[in-house]
Every structure is written in structure tokens, then in C-alpha cells.
Ligand binder design. Structure first.
Ligand SMILES: [Zn+2]
Length: 338
């Protein structure tokens, strides 16, 4: 995963409907300007596949390491293979990898609109490729991931993107917000965007991660934050949320020791113990127990910025359209043509 800056895509956790959330990702660029070279939905997109064996199997498909991909391929000077693929064909593979194809069509359509907008923000004619096929951008796997439902969602929204004014909206999404989405500025800094300030989300409570608990042995906590603790001296005595932002996410965590302790950023606390252990920064309870563990209770999975994927599922199951969904999570944006 790339650094979570506003110039780089980041991944968080999206998920498959019936199994545990897999991943997510976010992103955002400071200017919000579209790249004119990729402003047409018919334009070809360059996805770096990496090292491997590529072999054409017709005019519009090839095999890479045994898997079929749409489009054509080229080989960079260093031997890595790049897939040149039409945007809509790329989305056929991405949408069902970013959201379970068994979810309601309106949710899949909202995902398609988000994924398409994300790509159009990101293409870069000065690089040898536009995107990588992983969570750092969007997960892409060729035709093996495609499904009729996801293809239908892409086709139903063909060429449709999310705009704020004349610019493409900055797109972020994560698996489950836990009841309140996060402001992009709180998650990643910067000035933020009017449509990414965070909203109360009443739709994601069917997510298996809507509420979660974690119990981490104290020695693991001490190991994770050894450098910070060494500077304060003393034994770790307790851990608590020291500050929260407007969405209820921890911005600071205090590590209390005999020597007084120290305060670390919430994001450093989460990444230090593992993003799949502390599944979000919406932490409701955090304290050391007498049993030698740090007990945490929280809600949601991922950074929480932008589209809440489980919320999209819930809103769709209540009759919401794709336009309702993206309008709810990105208020003030409009759906337009690419
Ligand atoms: Zn939500």
C-alpha cells in the first residue's frame, strides 16, 4: 500500500459479502483536476501487471501468467508487463473484486461510479503506467473475477462519474464506517473537500465489523511501541484514548507509564498493533485489564472516508439507487458524464 498522501492512492478494506472484509482503499488528490488525457471513457488505461509471461490469444485478449486479460499488453524496458485495457473493460474486473458481486445492483453501480471516477483522477501520461492492480489503487485480476452482475452494474453506469463542480470528485471508500464516515482532512490532512467532511451513516449495521473487540497481550503492546515507551521510562500501566475527532475516531492515544507516559497519534496506534487488529479508529473502549491484555472495543473497518461499502449495501437493500448512495456519502457532488 502506498503512503496515504493526497497524491497516492491508499487501500483500506472492502469486502466480500459473506466473508470477512478484504480490503479498502482511499485516495484523494489535492487539486482535484482531471487529467485531460484520460477524460474519455473510451480511452485506454495502462495497468502494470508486473513480471511474468504474456501471450496474445486474439486481438482483444491475452494471457498473463495463465490468466486471461482484456485488451492488449506491452513490455517495459525492465521486462514488466503493462495491460492496455479500455476503462469499462477494466471495471468489469475491478468492481467484483472491490465489492461482492452478490450485493444489490444499486450498491454495485455506486461502486462502479466510484471506481471509474477514481481511475480518471489517477492516470498519468508521464509514467509508464496509470495504475497498479492491487489495493494501492484498485484490485484488478483480468477476466477470471468478472461476473454477470458486476458487468451489468458497469454497463448500467457506463461513462458515469462523480463530479464536484467541473472537477472529478476525490474518491475514497472503505468497508464499514461504523456509523459515521470520516473527514478526509482528519484522516490524511490537507484542507479537505466539502463533500468529504463525514456523515452519520445509518446503513452499515449489518456488517460483521460494525462492532468489534480486540484483546492484545500487554507485552505485544510494549513491543509495538517500544521506542516511544523507552523514551518515557517505566512500565506500561494503561492505554487510553486521549483525543477524538468530530467523527468519534481516536486522534491521540496515551500510553501511561510509571515515568509519566507518552501520547501517540491514533493512526500510529492502529498501525502499530495492526490494521486488522484495531479495525478502525472508532474506538469506544480502550483499557488494560487485570488479565494482562489491552482490551479494545470499536466500530467499523477501514479509514471510513467517503463511500461506506456496507452502507451502500444497506442503503440499496432499503431501496436506494446508486445516485442516492453516492449523493449520500459525497454530498454536493453530481453524477455526470466522463
Ligand atoms: Zn457506514
Amino acid at each position: 500500500m502506498r503512503r496515504r498522501s493526497f497524491l497516492a492512492a491508499t487501500a483500506a478494506a472492502s469486502l466480500l459479502a459473506s466473508v470477512a472484509p478484504r480490503r479498502v482503499f482511499a485516495q484523494g488528490m489535492p487539486s482535484g483536476d482531471a487529467d485531460p488525457a484520460m477524460s474519455s471513457p473510451e480511452a485506454s488505461l495502462r495497468v502494470l501487471l508486473g513480471e511474468g509471461q504474456a501471450e496474445a490469444i486474439g486481438n482483444d485478449a491475452f494471457l498473463f501468467n495463465g490468466n486471461r486479460y482484456r485488451g492488449s499488453f506491452s513490455v517495459l524496458a525492465d521486462g514488466r508487463v503493462v495491460n492496455d485495457v479500455p476503462l469499462e473493460a477494466y471495471l468489469y474486473s475491478v468492481v467484483p473484486l472491490e465489492m461482492s458481486p452478490g450485493w444489490p445492483s444499486a450498491a454495485l453501480q455506486a461502486q462502479a461510479i466510484c471506481a471509474r471516477t477514481y481511475v480518471l483522477q489517477r492516470s498519468n501520461p508521464r509514467r509508464d503506467y496509470d495504475l497498479v492492480p492491487s489495493e494501492a489503487d484498485q484490485v484488478y485480476g483480468g477476466t477470471r473475477s468478472e461476473s454477470d452482475a458486476a458487468r451489468a452494474a458497469v454497463d448500467a453506469t457506463a461513462g458515469r462519474v462523480l463530479r464536484y463542480g467541473s472537477a472529478f470528485a476525490q474518491i475514497a471508500y472503505s468497508a464499514c464506517c461504523g456509523g459515521h464516515t470520516e473527514a478526509s482532512s482528519a484522516a490524511w490532512g490537507g484542507a479537505g473537500f466539502p463533500y468529504l467532511e463525514g456523515v452519520v451513516c445509518p446503513y452499515c449495521d449489518e456488517s460483521p465489523n460494525y462492532r468489534w473487540t480486540a484483546d492484545v497481550p500487554v507485552d505485544e503492546v510494549e513491543q509495538a511501541f517500544g521506542a516511544a515507551l523507552a523514551a518515557t521510562g517505566g512500565t506500561l500501566r494503561n492505554v487510553r484514548v486521549a483525543a477524538q475527532d468530530a467523527s468519534g475516531r481516536a486522534t491521540a492515544v496515551q500510553l501511561a507509564t510509571d515515568g509519566g507516559g507518552t501520547v501517540i497519534r491514533g493512526s500510529a496506534f492502529r498501525s502499530g498493533l495492526g490494521n486488522r487488529v484495531i479495525k478502525s479508529l472508532r474506538i469506544y473502549q480502550l483499557a488494560m485489564t487485570g488479565a494482562g491484555t489491552l482490551h479494545a472495543e470499536g466500530g467499523g473497518l477501514g479509514h471510513g472516508v467517503g463511500l461506506c461499502q456496507w452502507g451502500a449495501r444497506g442503503y440499496a437493500s432499503r431501496g436506494g439507487s446508486a445516485a442516492d448512495i453516492v449523493g449520500f456519502y459525497f454530498p454536493g457532488t453530481v453524477i455526470g458524464n466522463a
